[in-house]
Structures are given as C-alpha cells and as structure tokens.
Design a protein around this ligand. Structure first.
Ligand code: ADP
Ligand code: MG
Ligand code: MG
Length: 911
C-alpha cells in the first residue's frame, strides 16, 4: 500500500520549493492545488486576477513530504529560496523582516489541497519582539495596535508552536484566562477596551506563562519563522487532522503547504475590520452574500466566536444590532461585492471568502469553493446552470454524492409539541435528539454504548473534532454562522445551532442553565435528553419524534441530469416489500440482493425454521418446510410486485444454520416444549451444529448441497410467486443467486436442481416465467476459475464483503481489533470494508470478469457488497464495465450520482 512520506528524492524533482505571489502576479495558479494547497493556489490565482492580496509565497506540499522523509527536517535548498521569497515581499511592502525601525510582519498559514477547516494552525504577526514592537508602535502611532498584535502573536505562537496546553480542569486556554483577568482588572468588556499599556503588560504575562511551562519564546524573527513552518508541517500529522482526514478518507501523502504572507491589519482602528463571507447562502443556497465581520479585529476573532460579529448585509441585521458592513463601510462593501462576483464567475462556484480591511482598504486573504448543506448544494447547482455559468454535465460533476445523504436525514414530525427553551442560529439544518454532554470525549463514550449525544459547548475548536464526528447534533452558546462549529457541522451534514446566547454553561457542574423567554430559569444536566432543530435554531427539552426527511424541490431536476449522464444501473439491497418500495422511490432500477435469511427471522416463522433445522430426517424437514413455503411465496410476491418490471436478485439461504437456533436457556426451553423434546435434547443439537469458523463453515451453496430441500423450497416459492404475478399480467424478472460458490461443480449441481424444480412448478402452474440463475462471487477461487463457473451462470454478482474477508483472510467481526492500528500506522490507507481494495480484491474481480466473460460474453456483472454504495468503489465498477451496482435503499441517490460522475470521468457516453 502507500507509505507516509514519499522519497525525499522524489520531492526534490522540480527543485522549486517556493512559489511567489503578490502585486498582480504569481508563479502559481489554481491548477497547482496539489502542490500549493487550496489556499496557496487561491492566493496565486487571485493575485494574477488583480484582486488585492497581500504579497507572499507558498512553500509546496512536496516540502512537507520531504520534511517527513527526512525525519522532520528541511531539505537543504529550502532556506535560500525562502530568503528570496522574503526579498520579494519586502520589496513590495517596503519594510524589512526583523527591522526595528520598519518591521515587516508576516502570517504563516497552513493549507492542504482540500479545505480542512481549523485543522491546521495559522500564526499572525510573526516577526514581533520587544524591539520590533516598539518600532511598529512608533511607525503606526498606536501603542494599542502594536501591543495588541504582539500579544496575539505570543499567544498563537505559545499555543501552536510551543504547545502550551489548555487547563484540563476548567477546559480553558490559559492565555484566554490571563486576557479575561486583564479585562476584569481594567473594568472593560471587550478586547478592544484594553489600551496599549495593558496589552504590553499582557505580553509580559504571556511570556512568563510560557517560561513557567518550561518553554522558550524565540526573539529572533528567523527562529520564529522556522519554528512556525515546522509547526504547520507537524500539524499535518496531529491527532485532530488525522481524525478529520480519516473521516473524509484523505490520504496522509497529500501533505500541507505553508503560506508566508505579509500582514495586513484589521486591528488598526475603527476604520479596520476582518470578516468572512459566502457568495451564496450556505444553508439554503439563496443567491445573496452571507457573512459576518468585526470592526477593529484580527484574523480568527470572527471564527472563534469570542465577540458577536455583525452581518455583511443590511437585511440580515437584527433590529437594534450594530450596523452591517453595507451600512458601516459602504465603499468597502461595494468593492467586496464586486470582488465576490468576479471570484464566483472565475471559479464558477459559490466562494467562501476571508477578508480584512485596513484603514478603509480591502484585502482578500482567501477564497475557496464554499462548504454548503446538501439542500444548498442542489439549489446552487440549479442556479449556476440557469445563470449560464455551468452546463448540466459540469454541474453533475461538481456535486458531492455523500451530501445527498443528509437530505434524507430525519426531521421532526410535523405538529409535534415543542417545549422550546432557547433559540440560537440555525447553523446547519436537520433534526437531532440526544443526551446532553459537554466534553467531546463523553460523546465518544456514549456513542460506544450505542447512545446518541448532543455536544453542548461555549464554542468548539479543532481539538473537539472527534466528539463532533460522533455527536448527533452540536449546540454552542457563542459563535456565528461562520464559527468553527457551524462550518464543520455543515461540512458533515450534521445538525448544529450556534450563538445560543441564553445558554450559561457550567462545565465543572456538568450542567447548563437557560433563562427562558418568560424570565424563568431552567437547568439541564448532563445526560438529560434535548432536541435540536438546526433548520429553525430551536432548542427543545426532551426527545421529539423524528420522521424521514424530504427531497428539496431541485432534487428531481438535478437527478434527471444525473441519470442522463450515467451508464451503469443502480439497484438496491432490499429484503422486504417496504424496503423495495422505498428503494424504488429513490430511483432504484431493481434489487441486487434480496437476502432470504432475514425473512426466516420473522416472529411468525422462526419456530418453523427451527423445526426445519432440527428435523431428524428428510420427511420431518419437508413437513417444516411446507409451513415455510407459503410464507416465502408471499414475501417474493410482495418484493417482485414492488419492483416489477425490474429484476430482483434473490439469494438462496446463506448463513450457517446454527445462527437461527436459540442460545438462551429460556428460549431453549420454549423451543423444546413446542417441539415436544427435552431441553437437553435441543441443547445437544445446538451444540452439534456449533462451528469453529462459521464464516468459512457450513453455509452458502454448501447448505444447498447437503440439505437440498431448503433450496428447493425457496426456488419453488420464487417460481410460484412469479407465476402468480405473471397471471396478474405483471412482468417480473427473478434472478436466482447461489451464494459462496467456489467450485464449478457446485454450481453445475445446483443449477440442475434449481432448473428441475422451476420446470416442475411451471408445469404445475401451466405458465412460463423468465428467470435466470447465477452466483455470488465471494471466494478467490471463484474468481480464478470464473471461466468454468460461467458455464453454469447467467450472471455474476460480486459479494465484496465476503470477498474482502476471504481475499485478506480476515474476518470482519475481528478486524476491529487491529485494522484501526493498521490505518493509524499507514500500513493501509482506508478500511477495505468501506472502500474497495482495488489492488487485491479489485484484482480478483478483474480476473473474475475477464475469465467469466471469456466463456460467456453476455454474462451480467454486478456488485452487491457494502461497496456498492461507496463512490470510490462505484468508480472502480464503472471502469471495469459492471452492468450495475447495488446498495442500501438510502444510498441509491448517492450511487446514481457517483455512477454518473464515474461515467463522466471516464469520458464515456451512457449506452
Ligand atoms: P484557516 O485555514 O484556519 O482559515 P487562515 O490561514 O486562513 O486559517 O488564517 C485565518 C485568518 O487569519 C484569516 O482569515 C485572516 O483573517 C487572518 N490572516 C491570515 N493571514 C493574514 C495576513 N497576512 N494578514 C491579515 N490577516 C491574516
Ligand atoms: Mg485556523
Ligand atoms: Mg482561512
């Protein structure tokens, strides 16, 4: 598989480690995202477009890989190129790095090829020390500004580079504690209320804190620089980045770039500001600017949620709230709106933009395709097509299949009673019910016990990521629509409410209280159940009933484009008529896997099934099967009817028989009574059927070989059902699938028996139905001898769950003990049960198809493992000429889109 770092030799192949940008020019451009990271590529592109971007340079992702390849040190040629980069910036800005008279300050910014919000750390105002801070104060004429910048720098450096940890008990940042203490001491509410003298004291206290923790704050700007660059590279492998990457399946080999950029200052007075915005609404997709800003602030203040930001548009301002950007700085607003329009037209997608205003001058610091909720994704796609920015095919290519998933996420049942205790911002749509917890680690714990959690915090930060992934919903007291919690939750399609100011959280007491709108106060304890409505921003006591979500109005139109672009068929795995109907409403074109064993577990039939299994001889077994036959026939009637005229692949019984037997004493006694046997007799039979390795045991076709009556009954039920429906005039297409075939002779025998029963039933019914017989390919041997198996098969359906188990020689049930550690140590990048292992399992599949088709050119090929709903695996199926993929009903829309995208990528036209 892949290793963490590429060979340093590979990384140095181009020899160019540093790409300059600024002053209307750049070395790089947007297509170099993999090398420059998303942020660096965006800065380069904007600079070329003439958008005002502070000058700087990007250190490439190749250097990150080289850094790891060299045991966390830099390739020797890097330093000279970085020095040249500084010369470029100094020339444009007219200041010098480390010059006490006129110091250049820079930011050091991480940036991977995809946006990973908050995963990597950014350091602002680098280059400050006691001497340069004095110089900055003199030149700017503002002590407050110089020492505000300095204290921010020391704080970020301490946090990110020197690793000054949070205070565990109170769960607070020690720098923030000192800052809060200073505000109390000076009797001010806001950071902006602290004067230069207070901030200068704070710098001293911050440095003392660093020294007390046994760390050293470097005074030399160059030491600061290299420390920061190393910290960015190191952050690529920090636990929260790794968790995020795993969540999205990004490989560690991508690496991060580092951007070094001249600072512009949003904290230089009242005509300065910093903000973030989306060019369209990220939750609804509405075509108007949506964002927030803060006056006299810097960098992450908006995202951190420490002060409540103001909206960009006047219409978004609440009555009595401070002015919007449109009102407060109309000229800047005009310029910003123009830049947004240009960037959206250029990238032909909704943009997420970060900006800073220094003394009335606008600077754009970042642009990227904005994350959006699933609903907004469809709305924006439709609008971009209607506005003529994108063709339908291009729009299809840009959708994220996984995001369709959230459209079906639950909503609250209409008309249910709502005990609303508080309201916040509707940051990410959806409905969530769960137990209140305050620490991310507790979310993970609850989840392990199979319980749902709502993570409640003042605000979230990147280290909370693991808990956020596992939480049903997220509720924060602070932060706006672009806070960390909001952005991350939208990206994950998770319900989230932010800025719920009525919340008073007591972390130590593990409770929160809210002042209700009627003035009373209510306390909610950890473990209490609450409900969040991420679409309205309402927080409710208790668990409201949930219902299925509905597709937004744009869904059908977009899916028409999708289906027009798609070659493969998409089927669903469904075992009941209800599932079949649901799958059909999601666009399934058949059933790829109908598991008959699920029918055996029904309360009304398990007894007959057990009787059948425990029968001492063939007549007794037939007796029991006679009871099962009509029930099975009804099952198949229902499913075939729901799917007609589409094909339904029915797999004959697969699991080892002991799975159907009781193991609890009480159940054994019940069974004994109804079978007129003693519990001891039953116990003996249960023992007798126990297997050492049931996964490789007496199951699949082996059952068919040893107990022919079972399969015969099932085939009879299928054909009788088909005849019955045929009489009603319905066109049905059952496909009978024999599981776990490894030897051609097995299938030859079973085909013979199946055909005999089918013919007999048709004669009895005086009707003919079209049916086919095929096999599930799930053993390596079956792939190798596929040419011989195909002699007896009309179709192959790759059962990739078992094929993955048997190819790797590992059982899925036990994989949990070591697979996570394999992934952590990068022995393997992805869980092969989630994403098809193309090299090994995929290689077997390719052999199977090639040999099978050599015997039988019209052999129908499908996939019915879990992988059938996974976009990366679907792409593999497209590339290998599958006829269809099959997945769970809820994933059918995802599979349709993923299949269409795979067709488009392959440059194929649908047949
Ligand atoms: P993230 O990836 O977390 O968004 P960024 O590198 O974009 O991190 O930095 C966060 C914020 O810091 C930016 O949105 C911007 O407000 C501020 N920032 C970064 N670089 C500069 C700079 N050169 N001048 C002014 N502000 C900056
Ligand atoms: Mg950040
Ligand atoms: Mg940013």
């Amino acid at each position: 598989m892949t290793t963490t770092a590429e060979e340093p030799g590979v990384a140095t192949k181009s020899g160019k480690f540093v790409y300059l940008f600024g002053d209307g020019r750049s070395d790089g451009h947007h297509d170099l995202r993999n090398l420059l990271g998303g942020k660096g590529a965006g800065l380069a592109e904007m600079s070329s477009l003439g958008i005002p971007v502070p000058p700087g340079f990007t250190i490439t992702t190749e250097v990150c890989n080289a850094y790891y390849g060299l045991g966390r040190s830099y390739p020797p040629q890097l330093e000279a190129q970085v020095r040249d980069g500084f010369a470029h910036v100094e020339r444009i800005v007219g200041a010098r790095f480390g010059d006490p008279e006129n110091p250049l300050l820079i930011s050091v910014r991480s940036g991977a090829r995809v946006s990973m919000p908050g995963m990597m750390d950014t350091i602002l105002n680098l280059g400050l020390n006691d001497a340069t801070a004095e110089g900055l104060a003199r030149r700017s004429g503002s002590d407050r500004f110089a020492y505000d910048s300095y204290r921010r720098f020391v704080q970020m450096y301490g946090d990110v580079v020197l690793g000054i940890a949070r205070d565990e008990e109170t769960d607070t940042d020690p720098f923030e504690q000192l800052l809060a203490a200073k505000k109390r001491e000076r009797g001010v509410e806001d950071d902006t209320g602290l004067d230069g003298a207070a901030l200068r004291e704070l710098v001293g206290e911050f440095k003392q804190l660093i020294a007390d923790r046994g760390k050293e704050f470097p005074d030399d700007p160059w030491d600061q620089l290299w420390g920061a660059v190393g910290a960015v590279f190191d952050s690529w492998e920090n636990p929260r980045a790794v968790v995020y990457r795993d969540q999205y399946g990004y490989p560690s080999t991508w690496g991060t770039a580092v951007n070094v950029q001249a600072m512009v200052f949003g904290n230089l007075g009242e005509d300065c500001a910093t903000g973030v915005l989306f060019t369209r609404h990220p939750s609804t997709g509405d075509a108007s600017l949506f964002g927030e800003f803060l006056v006299n602030a810097q960098g992450e203040d908006v995202v951190a949620g420490t002060r409540t930001p103001q909206p960009i548009l006047a219409v978004d301002r609440a009555p009595g709230a401070p002015p919007s950007l449109e009102e407060a700085m109309p000229q800047v607003y005009e310029e910003l709106a123009l830049a947004c329009d240009r960037l959206e037209r250029h990238f032909r997608d909704m943009q997420d933009i970060e900006f800073t205003v220094q003394q009335g001058k606008l600077w754009i610091l970042q642009t990227r395709n904005g994350k959006r909720a699933g609903r907004a994704m469809l709305r924006i796609a439709v609008d971009l097509v209607d506005e003529g920015h994108l063709s339908e095919r291009e729009a299809v290519g840009r959708l994220d299949p996984e995001q369709l998933d959230e459209l079906l996420h639950p909503v609250f049942e209409e008309g249910s009673e709502r005990d609303v205790i508080a309201r916040g911002l509707a940051a990410s749509p959806g409905a969530a019910v769960g137990k209140v917890v305050f620490r991310p680690i507790d979310v993970v714990e609850l989840r392990k016990r199979g319980e749902d959690a709502i993570l409640v915090r003042d605000e979230t930060s990147p280290e909370d990521i693991e808990g956020m992934v596992d939480a049903r919903g997220i509720l924060t007291a602070r932060g706006g629509m672009t806070s960390h919690a909001a952005v991350v939750a939208r990206g994950m399609g998770k319900c989230c409410i932010t800025g719920c100011a009525a919340l008073q959280i007591d972390y130590a007491g593990r409770q929160f209280s809210v002042r209700r709108e009627d003035g009373s106060t209510i306390t909610v304890n950890e473990g209490d159940t609450i409900s969040l409505d991420g679409t309205t921003g309402e927080v409710m006591l208790g668990g409201l009933p949930l219902a299925d979500g509905e597709f937004p109005p744009e869904f059908d139109r977009v899916m028409e484009w999708v289906d027009a672009a798609r070659r493969m068929k998409v089927r669903a795995n469904a075992d009941t008529p209800e599932d079949a109907e649901r799958a059909r409403s999601f666009g399934a074109e058949g059933i790829g896997l109908c598991r008959t064993e699920h029918m055996f577990f029904g309360a009304d039939r398990i007894l007959a099934v057990r009787q059948m299994i425990l029968a001492e001889d063939a007549p007794a077994r037939r007796d029991a099967l006679a009871k099962i036959l009509p029930m099975q026939r009804e099952d198949f009637v229902g499913i075939l009817r729901a799917m007609a005229p589409y094909p339904v692949t029915i797999r004959l019984l697969d699991p080892p028989l002991h799975e159907f037997l009781p193991h609890e004493q009480e159940e054994i006694e019940e069974l004994a009574e109804s079978l007129r046997a003693t519990p001891a007799q039953i116990q003996r039979r249960v023992e007798g059927l126990r297997e050492q390795n049931p996964m490789l045991g007496h199951r699949g076709v082996r059952l068919g070989v040893t107990s022919p009556e079972i399969y015969e009954t099932q085939v009879r039920a299928i054909i009788e059902a088909a005849c019955q429906l045929g009489e009603e005039g319905l066109e049905v297409a059952p496909e009978i699938m024999i599981p776990l075939v490894g030897m051609p002779e097995e299938l030859r025998l079973l085909r013979e028996r199946t055909t005999a029963v089918a013919e007999q039933v048709m004669t009895e019914c005086g009707a003919r139905v079209g049916y086919t017989i095929g096999t599930m390919i799930e053993l390596p041997r079956a792939c190798i001898v596929a040419d011989q198996i195909a002699v007896h098969a009309d179709f192959f359906s790759f059962g990739t769950n078992d094929l993955t188990q048997t190819a790797f020689g590992l059982s899925r049930d036990d994989a949990g003990r070591f697979l996570p550690s394999y992934i952590e140590q990068h022995l393997i990048e992805r869980d092969p049960f989630v994403v098809l292992d193309r090299e090994g399992v995929g290689g077997l599949i390719q052999i199977g198809i090639e040999r099978g088709k050599a015997t039988r050119r019209d052999l129908k090929i499908g996939i019915c493992g879990e992988h059938g709903g996974n976009p990366a695996s679907i792409e593999f199926c497209e590339q290998n000429g599958f006829d269809y993929v099959s997945c769970s009903p809820y994933r059918v829309p995802i599979a349709r889109l993923a299949a269409a995208q795979a067709t488009l990528r392959e440059g194929l036209r649908p047949a």
